[in-house]
Design a protein around this ligand. Structure first.
Ligand SMILES: Cc1cc2nc3c(=O)[nH]c(=O)nc-3n(C[C@H](O)[C@H](O)[C@H](O)COP(=O)(O)O)c2cc1C
Length: 200
């Protein structure tokens, strides 16, 4: 990895619209995901995150399932816009990474630590988010770009059926990635000083 940690953190953006180039190997992307799942922290070291990587036709299938579901909830005119957005912005890349949380693990913690029962589902989401950020930033460091999508629960059953996802894996987010075609738009930042307090 040629980027420093902070270069990657500062460079990570939501990127939509990808070229068909594949400048990083599937093996490297898989290794990034393996490292993320191995090293990212989790509540109570629960290791509740599960990840599926979809390349090639599998990636296309995911976005076709998404469009099929969205079609049920949009007018014909809205659907044309949706189709363009999904096909150009999300489906056009190298692949999509699916983030799940294993609810058997979460339930086990709830049963074993009743004092914190209500926190475990929340911490499970935090745990997933940490993995998402690590993968997103690592992809940026490889010269790829990604965005974060939430078409769950609309697509849950199609995804589970197609890729034989166990019942206890609950879909949390989808991260389409690829070689970005363009720079992301300008981002606005609210005042950092209003968001942080320092006591010395
Ligand atoms: C928890 C979370 C949920 C998000 N959900 C979506 C989403 O469903 N669709 C989407 O296009 N972007 C989503 N985003 C991306 C944000 O809109 C984006 O990160 C934010 O506007 C800042 O822009 P940047 O990613 O370019 O820095 C999400 C980001 C976070 C952290």
């Amino acid at each position: 990895m040629s980027y420093s940690f902070w270069e990657a953190v500062k460079g990570r953006r939501s990127r939509y619209g990808f070229s068909s180039e594949k400048p990083v190997s599937e093996e490297r992307i898989t290794q990034i995901v393996r490292d993320a799942i191995y090293y990212t922290p989790s509540a109570f070291n629960s290791q509740s995150t599960r990840i599926v990587i979809l390349f090639h036709d599998n990636n296309r299938k995911l976005w076709d399932f998404t469009l099929e579901e969205l079609k049920k909830y949009t007018t014909e005119e809205q659907f044309e816009d949706t189709k363009t957005k999904v096909n150009q912005g999300l489906a056009s890349g190298y692949g999509t990474i699916l983030f799940f949380e294993d609810h058997d693990v979460v339930k086990g913690l709830m049963d074993n630590f009743p004092l914190y029962k209500d926190n475990f589902p929340v911490w499970s989401q935090h745990t997933s988010a940490m993995h998402q950020f690590v993968v997103w930033t690592a992809l940026e460091a490889e010269g790829l770009g990604a965005s974060l999508q939430h078409y769950n629960p609309l697509i849950d059953s199609a995804v589970a059926k197609e890729w034989e996802i166990p019942d206890n894996w609950k879909l949390v987010a989808q991260m389409p990635f690829g070689k970005p075609l363009a720079d992301p738009g300008e981002k606005t930042f609210s005042e950092v000083d209003a968001r942080i307090k320092v006591f010395k």
